[in-house]
Design a binder for this molecule. Structure first.
Ligand SMILES: C[S@@+](CC[C@H](N)C(=O)[O-])C[C@H]1O[C@@H](n2cnc3c(N)ncnc32)[C@H](O)[C@@H]1O
Length: 357
């Protein structure tokens, strides 16, 4: 192969190679961001102004030699601003909001933890490409589920209570009046806990098939002081052990599930006749041609590394994360819901569907 390869445009091939180098750089740089998140470097830099290598090493209690190499990578990626004259490094307020401040609405620093855990399973996923089977949840490191909880905690804190639930007045009314709510596929329980905190008369039950997540959710609820009103059970949404809910939610669950129609149908049976089911899914089209952008690149990759693959591990539907509204409507109708409304909420990451029996 080379110059004479038919159809090969050498200039274009050089550009492709540059793009791929940039992508590989992002992968390994992502590992350094994972480390920065884990050992507290982003947090140490946040609000600290311009720092020398030694100042950051002292502040973070870490090896100066490692800090120097890490800062080089962060500067090259423009995550920190390097002042060559002063030999200092600055994490701007904007990067601090995205990478360091877990209470900021912009915080996505935990994505690196999720990516690292997901990538660690890639050899098993490669095997699944050959067999067409999948990788079970039990084969993923706990860190993956902890990262998912960190990701969603920020989302719930800023959106669930302030925008999503208020968009459904009948839900607000029932929760204020002491209604019964369920969060199915609750993971570490952050949504259920926040609902219990915001609505002191309401009771919330979190269900999940993943026992370790339920254990963590119980501990989180105790720590938050709502362990009596936010309780958690290992259960499959296809056959919930409790019925009579005023409000049920699933956050990023339907596209992961083994039996999505069974899950939504189980939820419909568990709802009161005038109850509400809130489905949150990813803001992404089901058409590849509409997803040719960074969000598509991330969602298809995470879907392959977890969402589709854990569903296929049990012979499931394997819908994948790029589910899109038409599929959501089809599933809701098959599960027997008569009303489907897309809530008019603008969000780069999420779409919300309000379903009524
Ligand atoms: C991507 S995680 C989302 C967790 C949580 N809702 C959040 O937003 O952080 C999907 C969760 O759904 C759970 N799950 C999937 N199918 C389920 C089912 N049929 N019944 C109950 N939980 C289910 C998984 O175990 C996992 O914890």
């Amino acid at each position: 192969m080379a110059k004479g390869t038919p159809g090969l445009d050498l200039e274009k091939a050089k550009n492709v190679a540059q793009t791929v180098v940039g992508d590989v750089a992002s992968v390994v740089h992502g590992a350094l961001c994972f480390i920065g998140d884990r050992v507290g470097l982003f947090k140490a830099m946040a609000g600290a102004g311009a720092l020398t290598i030694d100042e950051l090493a002292t502040k973070s209690g870490l090896s100066a030699r490692y800090v120097r190499e890490w800062l080089g990578a962060m500067a090259a990626a423009h995550y920190v601003e390097y002042d060559a004259g002063a030999d200092t490094y600055l994490l701007t307020p904007e990067y601090a909001a995205v990478l360091a401040d877990e209470d900021s609405p912009f915080f996505i620093g935990s994505y690196f933890q999720m990516a690292q855990a997901a990538v660690s399973v890639a050899p098993k996923v490669a095997e699944a490409f050959r067999t067409g089977k999948g990788v079970t949840q039990a084969e993923y490191p706990q860190s993956f589920f902890e990262a998912a909880e960190r990701n969603s905690r920020t989302r719930y804190q800023h959106k669930l209570l302030r925008k999503w639930i208020p968009a459904m007045p009948q839900v607000v009314e029932s929760l204020q009046a002491g209604g019964l709510a369920a969060d199915v596929g609750c993971g570490g329980g952050r949504a259920a806990i926040m609902i219990a905190q915001a609505y002191p008369k309401a009771r919330v039950v979190g269900f999940d098939i993943h026992a370790e997540s339920i254990e963590r959710a119980r501990r989180n609820a105790q720590a938050a002081g709502v362990g009596d009103r936010a309780t958690f059970e290992v259960a499959n949404g296809t056959g919930l052990p409790t019925h009579g809910f005023d409000f049920v939610s699933t956050f990023d669950v339907v596209h992961d599930s083994v039996d999505p129609v069974g899950l939504m149908s189980g939820i419909r049976h568990a709802l009161k006749p005038d109850g509400t089911y809130l489905v949150q899914e990813l803001n992404i089209s089901n058409k590849v041609g509409e997803n040719l952008k960074p969000m598509g690149k991330m969602v298809y990759s995470v879907s392959t590394l977890y969402c589709m693959t854990t569903s296929l591990a049990h012979g499931g539907a394997g819908i994948g994360a790029a589910m899109g509204e038409p599929k959501a409507r089809e599933l809701a109708s098959a599960a027997g819901f008569s009303r489907f409304t897309r809530l008019p909420i603008k969000d780069d990451f999420a779409v919300l569907y309000e379903l009524r029996p």
